[in-house]
Ligand binder design. Sequence first.
Ligand SMILES: C[S@@+](CC[C@H](N)C(=O)[O-])C[C@H]1O[C@@H](n2cnc3c(N)ncnc32)[C@H](O)[C@@H]1O
Length: 253
Amino acid sequence: MQIDSQENFFERHVESYMSLTPWTRDQGLTDKITGAVGTAQGTCVELAAGGGQVASAVGTGSGARWFAIDVNRYMFPVGGDGDIVPIVADGQDLPIKDDAVDLIVCRSGLHYIGVDRALREMARVLRLGGRFVIAQKVADGLEDASDLAWFREVQRLRSVVPREWYFSERLVDEFARSGFSQLDLVTHDESYEFDLDQWTGRDGFFSQEVSEQLAKLVERGRDERFARRTGCHFVGHSLTLRYRWAIVSGVLG
Ligand SMILES: C[S@@+](CC[C@H](N)C(=O)[O-])C[C@H]1O[C@@H](n2cnc3c(N)ncnc32)[C@H](O)[C@@H]1O
């Protein structure tokens, strides 16, 4: 089966997604996100939740009632304390009343939902003064246009569906324009190693054509100057990609 839709992409289930996605094991990232959240109370939503790891990490102990929302029925909270309620819904059209939510968190989900629509829905369902914390991979460090184009193409081929790519300052501006304030930005830089064979050998998950395109693209990572500039290098079958995360937080109103 080839991937021709988002559902296909994630239908190998959350465990498979998490095993192929090294940053789901990045404790430093989780710590920065939970640090930005602080104490969660009231009605809390993890958007584009996947395995619901952020909700699990923040926890329900403080009186928070967590809902993990994801458009794909294959993605369900794993681990945690079992108190996280999964809901299958689109982040563009949440099945939640206006002004009903105290906190929204989202890690690596905005680029799927689309920032305009996601922010509109977040502003609708959050109560005035309600908080959000989102974490997105951003392209801040890639100043050379051809490096950026290379990176985006690798991401596009790998994920098939992501449509948007952000720079952190512009992401903060989007929130400011959408009615949020007290905005704060924390960044997190980390390199992750991917085994190209695992990527391209997902039981036929990638088409032959995509596998070939990826294999060709990552060859550039063998160039030392490119690797120094971008932090992305390719040795043997191992591709290392350096990512910057933007962790943006703020309140509605
Ligand atoms: C890269 S994964 C991130 C999962 C999880 N947040 C994490 O950090 O591990 C993106 C998730 O967004 C979900 N997703 C994609 N489009 C969505 C949409 N329109 N509404 C809600 N969830 C969506 C996918 O099903 C997937 O679980």
